[in-house]
Design a protein around this ligand. Sequence first.
Ligand SMILES: [Zn+2]
Length: 264
Amino acid sequence: MRVHHLCVATMCPLAGRLVNTHGRLVCHALLLELDAGLVLVATGLGEAALADPTRLGPTRWVSGFDLDPDGTALSRIRALGLDPADVRHVVLTHLDPDHAGGLSDFPEAAVHVHTLELEMARRRAGPHRVRYRPAQWAHGPKWQPSEPSGESWLGFEAVRDLPGLPPEVLLVPLFGHSPGHCGVAVDCGDRWLLHCGDAYFHAGEMDRDTPRSSIGLSIFQRLACDDHRARLHNRDRLRALKRDQGDHVEVFCAHDPDELDRYG
Ligand SMILES: [Zn+2]
């Protein structure tokens, strides 16, 4: 398996340096080259948002989305010399616009997501009305909703046997940021990668001795989360995972630029 770490969206929020020392967030995606074809974990904003930023919803006023056409998943895949039409599967941690906005760029791909996340995104009840943007799935994605069953993964519940995907790719429920938010675990043979999505936002949150974040991200995470206690619980479990299994599990989140740079 070949793994590419891509930046498929950039955000320069109004809070700037209150967010991190860069004043910038990334959307860290994985592109896996498998026998089953290309597998994309996180789509970023997508080409349609460049043409019509209103698709991103009201959060675009504070998120500072960068609409550079060279920064989309499509452009990044082409820059690797690969064909976006070969993306057979998209695996999503959740359905926020900065992760699912590019779904329409991969209309033939199976889209794997936790069943609860898809249900809540379709229902759009209460505060979820602002969060979930139906224009992003108006083209009718080939949804493959899944729930955990059977054997756990390193003490975490896990969705194994995602339809059409090999057992090396798992969904790991990490609820809190959104109702059905998951991480994505990838078995690279000698180590696991765990893409934690928005289960945490700042690399300092995983520090074993002095966990820390920034004031801007602490406030944002509190406001943006669906279940505060579940989010903190799962963040603490991830910190323990990194502490206890860090020699063979690499943990990273979607939005920290320093974590993405480690793979640069
Ligand atoms: Zn996000």
